[in-house]
Design a protein around this ligand. Structure first.
Ligand code: FAD
Ligand code: DHB
Length: 397
């Protein structure tokens, strides 16, 4: 491992999708990943997204990464909003030109993509941590530490920073500005062996706080509670979590306690890093932007970035065109800010706000969403991904 055309740092959804797309075009690519394969595929710390936009589902299927998700995932044609003891359904196909969503865990998709990439002769170096970059304007060098603790160097024509929200590669972009927002809440998340609250996701707005009822399968529930960012998880024994989830459902459904497989706290924040590039280094996914989780946009934005950068690299290698690479930041800025906007909107709409005036406005807005066809359409179009992966689905058809 001395030289490659494209070096991808990070084997998350963004890095793996890009690497797969380049490899199947015969463009040499090497993936360096700090963690082990087992950690990525099985660690409870890597249980993340559960909802794919229709565009993400279509892209995965069209490029040959859809076998697992088609076999083991679920089509959902709507979500529920719960408010004041009533359930309101948002019907996606009728509101969003036939679009809907696909429920399949990100960790399963990552496992599928690793297996496929390796089967096809792709190169992933697990437990290789990237520690530095150099010569990004000429011939990039990537310095890494091997599992044995030795240092080595890889030379590449392009470097892709797909190294997630704690990105180290982001630090190599001079003049980078991080546009940030923090939120006064976090999610306490659980994964439990029990039936989900309903056959589709329920987003519940309750005076005690927001709660989300999601799933991975008909016997695996994934639920979240709005809590303070500094919440102490020790104060949440299992019985208290189940009781609170049921209170926040407000009587519209019931969850039955089951064995907990995971319990975690995710503080909410958002940022966009601009520019997303310098010389021959390009950022994709969480390395460049993070959204609060309510709109289920994070993984989908990572997929949109990977497709956008693939298109630019393909044009460079096949046609000698550099313009797509030069415009990487501008190209991604379009779907990134649409995703940030919707995530901000849906977070503000559904979470109980500490400021009583803002809380009054929030409830007024929610009542409009529940009764207005136009606002339901707005929610459905954004949730299913019209302005994010929706921009990119046509490429392989
Ligand atoms: P990551 O998945 O973070 O991958 C980055 C990889 O880079 C990691 O494997 C990491 O180990 C590796 N790495 C880091 N540093 C180095 C280094 N120096 N050298 C080598 N490798 C390195 N999104 C949705 O779309 N829908 C949802 O429903 C949703 N729910 C979520 C729920 C939770 C609780 C959380 C935490 C996130 C959720 N997200 C959701 C967001 C989504 O998980 C992320 O946006 C997504 O993981 C981003 O993918 P990525 O490839 O950019 O980064
Ligand atoms: C899940 C996470 C989300 O952030 C969301 O909006 C919907 C579902 C999940 O983990 O299932």
């Amino acid at each position: 491992m001395k030289k490659t055309r494209v070096a991808v740092i990070g084997a998350g959804p963004a890095g793996l999708l890009l690497a797969h797309l380049l490899h199947r075009e015969g463009i040499s690519v090497v993936v360096l990943e700090a963690k082990s394969r087992a950690y990525l595929e099985t660690s409870p710390h890597r249980i993340r997204a559960g909802v794919m936009e229709w565009g993400t589902r279509e892209i995965m299927v069209q490029v040959g990464l859809g076998e697992g998700l088609l076999r083991n995932g679920y089509e959902h044609r709507g979500i529920y909003l719960a408010y004041a003891g009533e359930l309101h359904r948002i019907d996606f196909p009728s509101l969003a030109q036939g679009w809907r969503i696909w429920v399949y865990g990100q960790q399963y998709q990552v496992r599928d993509m690793i297996a496929r990439f390796l089967e096809e002769g792709g190169k992933i170096f697990f437990e290789y941590e990237v520690v530095g970059l150099a010569d990004l304007e000429t011939t990039p060098k990537i310095r890494f530490r091997t599992p044995e603790g030795e240092e080595g160097e890889l030379e590449a024509e392009f470097v892709v920073g797909a190294d997630g929200s704690h990105s180290r590669t982001r630090g190599f972009i001079p003049g980078l500005v991080l546009k940030e927002k923090t939120y006064p809440f976090a999610w306490l998340g659980i994964l439990a062996e029990t039936a989900p609250a309903a056959e589709e996701l329920i987003y519940a707005s309750h005076p005690r706080g927001f709660a989300l009822f999601s799933m991975r399968s008909p016997t695996l529930a994934r639920n979240y509670l709005q809590v303070r960012p500094d919440e102490n998880l020790d104060e949440w024994p299992e019985e208290r979590i189940w009781e609170e989830l049921n209170l926040r459902l407000g009587g519209v459904a019931q969850v039955k306690p089951g064995p907990l497989l995971e319990k975690s706290l995710t503080p909410h924040r958002a940022y966009v890093a601009e520019p997303m590039q310098h010389g021959r280094l390009f950022l994709v996914g969480d390395a460049a932007h993070v959204v609060p989780p309510t709109g289920a946009k994070g993984m989908n934005l990572a997929v949109a970035d990977a497709v956008a950068l693939f298109q630019a690299l393909w044009a460079f290698y096949r046609k000698g065109a550099e313009s797509g690479l030069k415009r990487h930041t501008e190209t991604c800025r379009e779907h990134v800010w649409q995703g940030e906007f919707f995530s901000y909107w849906m977070t503000s709409l559904l979470h109980t706000q500490p400021d009583p005036f803002i809380e009054g406005l929030r409830q007024a807005e929610l009542k409009q969403v529940l009764t207005s066809e136009a606002l339901k359409r707005f929610l459905a179009e954004n949730y299913t991904g019209r302005h994010t992966t929706g921009r990119w689905v046509g490429l392989w058809t």
